[in-house]
Design a protein around this ligand. Structure first.
Ligand code: PMP
Length: 305
């Protein structure tokens, strides 16, 4: 259960958590066109709180809106400030932030007419997204029978709510079989992304991640790429197949919620030694140092409250 906090920002005002409700004829509830973000704020070592790459998340929210043809009735600056204010108002030193722009009530056909675009920003505490011990020990992954969206069926570069039906179906399918996360292949059969994460594999010291062509441009993915490059690791953005992944020496997922989660099994094949490998551990340690304000080289990624 999500841990309730005091207030939610709704259309420019703070309302009590229990009163942040919408009508059942909210257009988005029926047809799925809304755009959202997932952002994390970390408690840093100096006792201050910092939102990780907030500007990039707000930019992606507006990019998603542009792709979905939604006009967010606030400026980027207003949304950015509101994200921080929502944490402050709720006295959260650390937590997850969820901005959501959706189509409100009015007409009921698929064509949304002049229905208002509404915006909510909620925040709550969120620990290890893929379960206890996931970050330390790694997780068991299954390739889903559901294919990831074709680029001309859904807009894969946008964080559009309706896109996530595919993720929910895939995640449910593999959870029922006892796995921790679903990996999806693209319409041509290449590895794409997980229900809410991007993927990296390591073989003979070379890091490989899927190109951005038909996946969500993950901000954690971008952070890991930049960290790996600064560490002079070899990295390619290239398509790969599930059998190539089976023989990887290491693999991991990246995502705001999942952070950097090692993969210890794919389709019942043990990856490497079946525990986080040296490259994964090195990148993971660097990532957590950065988000907690320990590495000043990445100071511009932190937006202090
Ligand atoms: N792919 C999908 C489908 C996602 O939902 C997410 C989570 N936003 C990601 C990748 C990772 O993106 P990010 O690192 O920006 O959270």
């Amino acid at each position: 259960m999500v841990q309730k906090v005091e207030k939610i920002w709704l259309d420019g005002k703070f309302v009590p958590w229990d009163q942040a409700n919408v009508h059942v004829l909210t257009h988005t509830l029926h047809y799925g066109l809304a755009v959202f973000e997932g952002i994390r704020c970390y408690l840093c070592l100096d006792g201050r709180s910092a939102v990780f790459r907030l500007r990039e998340h707000v930019d992606r929210l507006f990019d998603s809106a542009q792709i979905g043809d939604l006009k967010i009735p606030f400026s980027k600056k207003e949304i950015l400030e509101a994200c921080k204010e929502t944490l402050r108002v709720n006295k959260l030193k650390e937590g997850y932030i969820r901005p959501l722009a959706f189509i409100g009530e009015g007409v009921m056909g698929v064509y949304p007419g002049d229905n208002p675009v509404r915006v909510a920003i909620a925040t709550w505490s969120w620990g290890a997204y893929l379960g206890e011990g996931a970050i330390e020990k790694g997780i068991r992954v299954k390739v889903s029978s559901y294919t990831r969206h074709h680029v001309n069926v859904m807009m894969t570069k946008a964080k559009i709510s309706g896109n996530y039906v595919n993720s929910v179906l895939a995640k449910r399918e593999v959870m029922k079989m006892g796995y921790d996360e679903a990996l999806m292949l693209d319409t041509e059969g290449y590895v794409s992304e997980a229900s809410g994460e991007n993927i990296f594999m390591v073989k003979n010291g070379v890091l490989k991640t899927t190109p951005l062509t038909s996946i969500l441009p993950g901000i954690t993915r971008d952070s890991v790429i930049q960290i790996a490059k600064a560490k002079k690791m070899m990295l390619v953005e290239e398509r790969f197949t599930r059998d190539e992944l089976y023989t990887a020496h290491e693999a991991f997922f990246t995502g705001t919620a999942a952070e950097l989660t090692p993969i210890r099994e794919v389709d019942d094949r043990i990856i490497g030694e079946g525990r986080p490998g040296p490259v994964t551990k090195d990148l993971q340690a660097a990532f957590f140092e950065i988000v907690r304000g320990k590495n000043l080289d990445y100071r511009e990624w932190l937006d202090y409250l």
